[in-house]
Design a protein around this ligand. Structure first.
Ligand SMILES: [Zn+2]
Length: 431
């Protein structure tokens, strides 16, 4: 197919409706493509007089690399003015969002590309900035602007949710005392889709978020999944009174492990009079203790037994270890009725006065939450996906060297694990 030579440059640059005015090579590996959008003379918006050209201005935009060179698109923009002396309208330019939105330093196609690289594939901002030959902030600003517009535009992103999970994540440490700042993620516990992230780990923000939902959507939620903390239970009690509450296995086992850890540290202190040192038997077995029994190889099992014999004279840590394993066994029981009976007996047994204080405390906690714990066997709704998201979010945070702004953290996490419809990206223009 023969191409009209006057259109060749336009086709190469891939932007319809622009004239290519020239190409320059300022440095090896760099290309400046000079273009101007074809504009018809506009009329003044106020008085209707045909406008005059006031002057021309060049704006440099970072574009996608081409032919193994980084590209700057130099756009000549016409500033128009009204010739009517008494009109008083200031000068204006015509916006061409197909080239670039007014406030962006990237071309539209480069902005969308950067958003997908960083948002969808979790490439680091620095890496993408380097690929385009620009700086970190330019890319980060573009990702947040296009990303937020994509999340907002994708109104079908959140579908029917049968099991909603709330889970806390540490989103940054701040200030000289490295103060922890927390966020709460709302996750579809069945599909693992991140629905949203809100600030704080108290009841306020999740309740506000739920309050903004359609009542019909809320009514579709049958299972409310959480950890064993009070705030999330309060959210579900008030906002989803008809949903059944579920504590996911991860948090139950985590709690049993923390009681085991507490017991080990107390016994360590009582027997040796100091906190664990690297040669102390109890300190040496701290990681073996937390390992699942079936993951201990024979050598690990022998080592654990030996270290406990040396450091645990009354067998208290061993009790706490058995208690943890007994809690884990709950999740090997498939039938809800059998699991309920097992849990009731276990919770009662662990509260026996012969057991160390930490084990009795574990028994009381299991008794208090036994309905919610066994609801997992009925629902099979799990925070597993939420935990998986936690790990993904950690990866996103590493790639971003930590987030300073909650808004950035939220958008990046939603782009990566919130399953936006990336097919909408070509239609997205940030405000
Ligand atoms: Zn005018």
């Amino acid at each position: 197919m023969e191409i009209d030579p006057t259109r060749m440059c336009e086709l190469l640059v891939g932007l319809p409706g622009v004239d290519v005015l020239g190409v320059a090579v300022p440095d090896p590996g760099w290309l400046i493509v000079h273009v101007a959008a074809r504009e018809q003379r506009p009329n003044c918006a106020r008085c209707g007089t045909p406008a005059w050209v006031k002057d021309y201005r060049d704006v440099d935009l970072v574009d996608l690399p081409a032919f193994d060179q980084r590209v700057v698109l130099r756009v000549t923009r016409t500033r128009w003015c009204c010739p009517a002396t008494r009109c008083g309208v200031g000068s204006w330019t015509i916006e061409h969002t197909e080239i670039a939105p007014a406030t962006q330093k990237l071309t539209t196609r480069a902005g969308r590309w950067a958003t997908e690289q960083v948002g969808r594939y979790a490439r680091s901002v620095a890496e993408v900035a380097n690929a385009l030959g620009t700086d970190w902030h330019t890319i980060n600003d573009a990702v947040i602007a296009y990303g937020e517009a994509l999340i907002d535009a994708d109104t079908d992103r959140i579908g029917t949710v049968r099991a909603l999970s709330l889970d806390e994540t540490l989103f940054m440490r701040e200030g000289p005392w490295r103060t922890q700042r927390w966020s709460t993620q709302l996750v579809d516990a069945r599909t693992g889709q991140l629905l949203d992230i809100v600030e704080g780990r108290d009841a306020t923000a999740p309740a506000v978020w739920l309050d903004a939902r359609d009542p019909q959507w809320l009514a579709g939620i049958r299972w409310a999944v959480m950890d064993m903390s009070g705030p999330y239970k309060a959210v579900f009690d008030t906002m989803l009174p008809d949903a059944e509450q579920v504590i996911d296995p991860f948090h139950v086992v985590k709690h049993a492990n923390s009681k085991l850890d507490e017991c080990r540290r107390r016994v360590q202190n009582e027997t040796l009079g100091h906190r664990g040192h690297k040669h102390d038997p109890l300190y040496r077995c701290r990681k073996l203790l937390l390992k699942a029994e079936e993951r201990l190889d024979p050598a690990g099992g022998v080592k654990l037994t030996g270290l406990l014999r040396a450091g645990d004279p009354r067998g208290e840590v061993a009790y706490a270890w058995h208690a943890k394993e007994a809690v884990r066994f709950l999740y090997d029981i498939p039938r809800p009725d059998l699991a309920a009976r097992y849990l009731a007996e276990l919770a009662a047994d662990l509260q026996d006065n012969d057991f160390p204080i930490e084990v009795r405390s574990l028994g009381r906690t299991l008794a208090r939450w036994r309905v919610e714990i066994v609801n997992w066997h009925r629902s099979r709704a799990t925070n597993g996906p939420a935990e998986a998201i936690n790990n993904l979010v950690k990866r996103v945070k590493r790639a971003a060297f930590g987030f300073r702004k909650f808004r950035h953290y939220r958008i990046r996490s939603l782009l990566y694990t919130g399953r936006p419809d990336w097919n909408l990206l070509p239609t997205i223009t940030p405000r």
